[in-house]
Ligand binder design. Structure first.
Ligand code: UDX
Length: 440
């Protein structure tokens, strides 16, 4: 089978490279000529474990190609995935102008039956809108089907998530389209991956429902963390105790500085906006977003309190991306937190294994450091902002030599208090009691 993927952003490129790995011929199209030129040489414009190797393999084996030409993308492909951006507009609703533009391009150039699939998260009703746009711009009536096949991959483990998904959701408007899509995902049959086949709007909603629910879980445990701190309970153990109930599940119950990334904040806003549009305010989605923003600010208050004020203090920050194994800074808690710390007069020294370039542009005034121990220079506190593996085994004796105060602000709860306090550090974490240093 020959397919094409329009849009070589995160979702598009992972989709293209993974289908090529499944043995399908894939043409990836993007109208950014520079990006396509680089991709043709195997240069991937973002950080994601394993993607560069997969792209190189696809190119070498002749199943993966790149183009700026929409005709090439439409011509041979039976299935066309649309994976272009749907950025939020000022009212929180998703901007569909790129999706519609692609729809017009497909309509003008199609010469035979196509299955046109939305892969990015798109608001309920986008499939219908796309159908109208394509019908309107066709030069002569040619049959096509619309499918919603939302992507659930996580940054940092995108390839694994694509190759071994928990489920594949297919919202199709005909049996023929559903059969073609199932055929495309045939390699997953071996893994007995469940397929959920629905109509188009239901599949579109499954994506929002899933992301909003995960975001609610995080905001729930973050509120729980604040209450735990006040009553002297330990949120880690509360999560464990709750999560063992199969109806709840232990995942996404890790308290921290709040969620970030390109999906949760945007999808919550879009869901709230959809609710408003249909006359039903989606209260829980709105609350999860509000709690999340306040969680960023609560971290500032926590740091301020632990340091006895922020003016004149130096803080070392480890990790800036919204989560480990990505250079993505979109909606990262570090953005709000670091800016607030500096606004209140703190000096911030920071290091991230892969997002330094981007972060330095986004957080003016931050002192960029070259490596982990560099941030600790004269620091009054060391903040773990993102739980990269390399920050999980810090050499506390080495840190002691350069820090002014022995204070670890463990915003991701990665450390066991006994270990930290045993090295003479005060251990402040999220939703767990603060522990004072133990005498040597
Ligand atoms: C998410 C969804 O998981 C994925 O299915 C969807 O396709 C896109 O959005 P992603 O944004 O890559 O994926 O990251 P994810 O691993 O879900 O983490 C999101 C944020 O929540 C991160 O900032 C992370 O640090 C935070 N998080 C996650 C917590 O604070 N606590 C948790 O227990 C889990």
């Amino acid at each position: 089978m020959h397919i094409s993927v329009i849009g070589t952003g995160y979702v598009g490129l992972v989709t293209g490279a993974c289908f090529a790995e499944f043995g399908v011929n894939v043409t990836c199209m993007d109208n950014d000529a520079r990006r396509v030129e680089k991709l043709e040489k195997g240069e991937v414009p973002f950080f994601e474990p394993g993607i560069t190797e997969l792209v190189a393999k696809g190119i070498k084996e002749g199943r993966l190609s790149f183009t700026t030409d929409v005709v090439k993308a439409v011509d041979k492909a039976l299935v066309i995935f649309i994976a272009v951006g749907t950025p939020p507009k000022s009212d929180g609703s998703a901007d569909l102008s790129f999706v519609e533009e692609v729809g017009r391009g497909i309509a003008t150039h199609m010469t035979g039956y196509k299955v046109i699939v939305t892969k990015s998260t798109v608001p309920v009703g986008t499939g219908e809108r796309l159908r109208e746009v394509i019908r309107k711009h066709q030069t002569k009536p040619i049959n096509f089907d619309i499918v919603s096949n939302p992507e659930f991959l996580r940054e940092g483990s995108a390839i694994e998530d694509f190759m071994r998904p928990n489920r594949v959701v297919l919202g199709a408007d005909s049996d023929q389209a559903a059969a073609i899509m199932k055929d495309l995902y045939r390699p997953l049959y071996l893994l007995e991956t469940p397929f959920v086949v629905t109509d188009v709007p239901t599949a579109e909603m499954i994506k929002y429902a899933s992301n909003a629910f995960l975001a609610v879980k995080i905001s729930f445990i973050n509120e729980m963390a604040t209450v735990c701190e006040r009553v002297g309970a330990d949120v880690q153990l509360v999560s464990k105790g709750m999560g063992l109930d199969h109806r709840i599940g232990g995942k996404f119950l890790h308290a921290g500085p709040g969620f970030g990334g390109s999906c949760f904040p945007k999808d919550l806003a879009a869901l709230v906006q959809t609710g408003e549009r249909v006359g039903y305010p989606f209260q829980i989605a709105g609350a999860a977003a509000k709690v999340n923003y306040e969680q960023h600010l609560r971290m500032v208050a926590k740091i301020r309190e632990a340091c006895g004020g922020l003016a004149g203090k130096t803080l070392g920050v480890l990790g800036l991306s919204f989560k480990p194994n990505t250079n993505d800074m979109r909606e990262a808690p570090s953005l709000t937190i670091l800016k607030e710390l500096m606004k209140e007069g703190a000096t911030v020294r920071a290091y991230d294994p892969v997002s330094m370039e981007e972060a330095t542009k986004l957080i003016p005034g931050m002192i960029p450091c070259k490596e982990t121990y560099d941030v600790a220079e004269n620091a009054d506190g060391l903040i773990i902002m993102t739980e990269w593996n390399q920050f999980r085994n810090l050499d506390f004796e080495r840190l002691k030599q350069s820090m002014r105060q022995r204070l670890l602000l463990d915003l991701r709860n990665v450390y066991d208090s006994d270990r930290v306090t045993g090295h003479g550090f005060r251990h402040v974490s999220v939703g767990r009691p603060t522990r004072e240093p133990r005498p040597a």
